[in-house]
Design a protein around this ligand. Sequence first.
Ligand SMILES: NC(=O)c1ccc[n+]([C@@H]2O[C@H](COP(=O)([O-])OP(=O)(O)OC[C@H]3O[C@@H](n4cnc5c(N)ncnc54)[C@H](OP(=O)(O)O)[C@@H]3O)[C@@H](O)[C@H]2O)c1
Length: 260
Amino acid sequence: MTDILADPFDLTGRIALVTGASSGLGARFARILARHGAKVVLAARRLDRLDAVRNDIERDGGQASCVVLDVADEHSLTAAFDAAEAVFGVVDTIIANAGVSISQRSIAMTTEQFDQQIAINLRGPFLTAREGARRLVQAGSREKRHGRILFITSILATAPEVGLAAYGASKAGVAQMSRVMALELVRQGINVNVIAPGYIETEMNRDWFLTESGAAQVAAFPRRRLMREADLDGALLYFASDLSRAVTGAMLTVDDGQSI
Ligand SMILES: NC(=O)c1ccc[n+]([C@@H]2O[C@H](COP(=O)([O-])OP(=O)(O)OC[C@H]3O[C@@H](n4cnc5c(N)ncnc54)[C@H](OP(=O)(O)O)[C@@H]3O)[C@@H](O)[C@H]2O)c1
């Protein structure tokens, strides 16, 4: 029977890999997972930034390791998971968070801009989840493992926004991909879910929200404010922990009412 006094968000023994952990939401996710006991592998392209997050986590008493990763490159992903396994063991909690956004109206968007967003925001999460799931399935035949794959999409997967055709398409693609993967992996003990955040101030959009048009956009949100990175802590811990044992193929919108 479950101990009702135990910390429901205890992640001790879990090994997590967070892509895009060098800034913004990914850095926050890594800190929160480590704070709750998970060993965390921080992955992105900028090693100096990853090192800074790792230092923070270690100062806080957590355990973390850094690996350079380009999510659009499958060889880079194989190497990153190999490195993660060598340090901590098989990754059981995969947070596919890395992403980019290039705002450009469709008639002006270059093929390269389109391809870059699809490569990082759609192929990247696929390659990340595929690599992690392959290893979990393999490990599962030797020992019963718990697995979690969490994708970060956006309210812009469903709401159209001028300039974001490729970004919106990539996020909508991830949303549907997640449901297929959830179905495929349901018997392997791997839960696949999605958080769809609203606008949160990070490096991705900080300059935009400093403009007059950006400020006007915030003024039009129901609560007339941007969200903070910490606003996703609850959703992250829910999907990473045993509380979501029976939840797979789900998407949770966390947007402060922005898409109502
Ligand atoms: N901020 C928002 O309002 C918001 C809302 C909804 C959804 N999201 C989503 O949340 C995720 C995180 O965004 P953020 O707001 O935290 O933006 P951010 O601060 O710009 O972080 C993006 C992260 O992705 C990493 N990244 C980009 N390309 C990569 C690649 N090819 N390989 C590996 N890592 C790569 C970056 O690291 P390196 O440059 O070091 O590689 C960085 O750590 C994205 O998927 C974004 O679409 C954000």
